[in-house]
Design a protein around this ligand. Structure first.
Ligand code: CA
Length: 234
């Protein structure tokens, strides 16, 4: 597989150097931007595969960069933020970011997130190759969207309509962190606190049917205070 070309958007030089040194050591191609305006320009002219985006930029909020890039591209965006508040991550994810890293982060964490993105890109690529396919596969999980059925191995899963809707939503966004607000608005058409509580309940029952070990889930990851992500299986 081709190595990713990564756009690193970070105004803090020591952090930027840590990231680029790591990328260089692992044979990734990269380019850097120190501010939002430069980032948007490079994203449109150099067509990177992934953007690593600091949220606190000198000229604009990183969320503005996400909104701008999303007007023409679905390229994966991993937000990097010094702010540990969940609200900033959530706003970035709801604006179209795929994932997040909170400073300070380790080199291993950064590399792990890039591997997730690489799998997501590979999944998007195979979707494009089978544009008319109504089948989704991920590990032992298979969804036949046209028939409205999901299977684990050879066994059909017995899901309630809400569980099926949840599973399809997670599958269609495999590799991407989805916020509670996004999921509830997609599944229930609204987002009240009540729905978030219901979501936890439905997610728990879905996991019992999906995961061989619900306490250490392989398919659906919990992001505490943020949301959930379906992991692409190796
Ligand atoms: Ca910054």
């Amino acid at each position: 597989m081709n190595k990713l070309n990564i756009l690193v958007v970070e105004d803090d030089a020591p952090v930027r150097n840590l990231i680029t040194t790591t990328l260089k050591a692992h044979d990734y191609k990269y380019l850097t931007a120190p501010n939002g305006e430069n980032a948007i320009m490079l994203a449109s002219t150099n067509n990177p595969n992934v953007i690593l985006l600091d949220l606190g930029l000198p000229d604009m909020d990183g969320v503005e960069v996400i909104k701008k890039v999303r007007t023409w591209s679905n390229m994966p965006i991993i937000v990097i933020s010094a702010r540990s508040e969940d609200q900033d991550k959530i706003e970035a994810l709801d604006s179209g970011a795929d994932d997040y890293l909170t400073k300070p982060f380790s080199v291993e964490e950064l590399l792990a997130r890039l591997r997730v993105v690489a799998r997501r890109l590979a999944a998007l690529q195979s979707d494009t190759n089978n544009a008319n396919s109504s089948l989704f596969t991920n590990g032992n999980l298979r969804i036949d969207f046209a028939a409205g059925c999901a299977y684990l191995g050879d066994e059909e899963m017995h899901l309630t309509p809400i569980e099926y809707k949840l599973l399809c939503l997670m599958a269609k966004n495999v590799g991407k962190v989805l916020t509670h607000t996004y999921i509830t608005s997609q599944v229930w058409g609204s987002s009240w606190d009540n729905d978030v509580a219901s979501l936890r309940v439905f997610m728990a029952t879905l996991r019992k049917k999906l995961e061989s070990a619900p306490d250490s889930p392989q398919y659906i990851q919990t992001h505490v205070g943020v949301g959930y992500r379906m992991m692409k299986q190796e």
